[in-house]
Design a protein. Sequence first.
Length: 204
Amino acid sequence: MNDDRLKDEFILSTLNDLVPEDHLVRKIAKWVDFSFIYDLTKPFYSDKGRPAIDPVVLFKIPIIKSLFGISSIRRTCEEINVNVAYRWFINLPFSEKIPDHSTYSKNYTQRFYQTDIYHQIFTNVLNQIIQHNLIDFTNINIDSTHIKASANKKKFIEEIVTKEKSVFEDEMLDFINDHRQDDDDKSLPPSAKVETYSVFKVRS
């Protein structure tokens, strides 16, 4: 039935009702406590001025990017805007606007650029995921080399975090340099490239 009236249908439902019970974001939300982010990021925020983006929201965005293999922060923000499960995960109702790429990038670069905050947060999250047995270690590849189930989990975490941090910081650096060029400022040098390829499976 091709009827445009269906697109204007009013649905009485909650955001929680629309996310399947077996969706990965529910498993992550159940077992991973993100409240530690507030303590880690507190020194970077001021009580003055306009309220900033919630730091948990800010850092859940790259976590979604990493978990679901989305190509960029820009694309991730676009996906969150239309994906009910992602919106539920970062705890933003339909009545609130998702940070766009430029807003997100400015918040990150003005507070956390050239700090190890991303590394700390991603390591903490991965540790919690592993602690609750949410990763299947029977099939792990690091640097394109298959590693057996008895793999050193500490090495695995460091490899994954190093890879994700490198990709993430390269993208933020590109954003900074785009704006520096607009202001006729010299571009910042690129960060060292880390050629690390990792694959792991989240338990179903």
